[in-house]
Write a protein that binds this ligand. Sequence first.
Ligand SMILES: Nc1ncnc2c1ncn2[C@@H]1O[C@H](COP(=O)(O)OP(=O)(O)OP(=O)(O)O)[C@@H](O)[C@H]1O
Ligand SMILES: [Mg+2]
Length: 372
Amino acid sequence: MPINHISFNGLRNLAVTEMAPGPGINLVVGANGSGKTSFLEGIHLLGMGRSFRTRHLKHVIAHDAEAMTLFARLDGDPPLPIGLRRTRDAGELELRLGGERVPRLARLTEALPLQLVNPDAFRLLEGSPAGRREFIDWGVFHVKHDFFDAWRRARRALKHRNALLRHGRIEPDSLLAWERELAHWGERLDALRRDWMAAFQPVFEATLAALLPLPELELRYSRGWDRQRDLQTVLAQGRETDRQMGFTQQGPQRADLRIRLGRHPAVEVLSRGQQKLVVSALKLAQGRLLERVTGRTCLYLVDDLPAELDADHRQVFCRLLETMGCQAFITSVEHDALVGSWSSHAPLTMFHVEPSPSGQGRLVPAGHAQTS
Ligand SMILES: Nc1ncnc2c1ncn2[C@@H]1O[C@H](COP(=O)(O)OP(=O)(O)OP(=O)(O)O)[C@@H](O)[C@H]1O
Ligand SMILES: [Mg+2]
């Protein structure tokens, strides 16, 4: 369901924003510092409950505002309003879906599946396993209904086991009970992630082949514990060293997606542009698989499209996105780099972010953009 109305208030430097995006590709052009990334950040917050720029949401609230209120209406019958509010003082996130307050971010994530491609995209390859685990789990969450429950139960069991390990004075019954729980839900998580990987792999390979032929590139899922033993045994046999370390060393919380090119980690041999294309292929493949399995499309946020991509690769990326029929919000400082990469019948809607002397950015529609 595409977004057909956006209302942002108190978001970084943006003036109160009311806009009606198009259902297809929305291009957002503006000078450095005008507020383009902030605008994408607002949409990202609605779908993911967190920023891609900071861990502290108070920094996202406009300096002169007491609160930030973000709202979007998803097109549908009936339309689905989603909203998020954060005050500077209380620090609590208020989440709304369909006019009602909801307790969990997962409800918003479920309503607004989105993927971000930005100049930091290479971090997915370079950074810690946590980002790649989150990437896998986003996919599993959207296509496997029992994922969230299994994930929550495994996380809770892990928290309790870690607390007992740190406690020093081991309570054997409690520890065994949480261990059994962790083993059970951890194995379940692994099975769901493996199933998802099996479906994801061919979609990724086809997407990558279209963007950047790298036949040697290989994705390998690693589940987070020894391949030869079940999790229950791993936890039992690791109890003593886990106690010395003060945490559980193996389990679904250590799962990763290894990305290799032949014998090397991909990040060690690919150029920045190639890394961005591999990450783009991963993210586009997420949306394609989501569509294939659930019939739902994924929203794409692409910040600074031209960064690291030459004109040819930019065009292949844009054409792929276009064929997916997704709603997208794409920014650039440069008008021509943004507009010239699409087919003549692409569903483009153009916006400008106009800076005011006070530093506020104002998002204004620019009619339908001309394609090359
Ligand atoms: N909490 C805040 N309140 C007010 N202004 C802020 C806040 N946080 C950041 N800014 C300002 O918002 C402006 C817009 O930043 P943003 O990153 O969105 O710009 P941009 O259009 O993406 O620029 P670029 O093309 O350089 O990437 C910056 O000038 C920044 O100083
Ligand atoms: Mg920016």
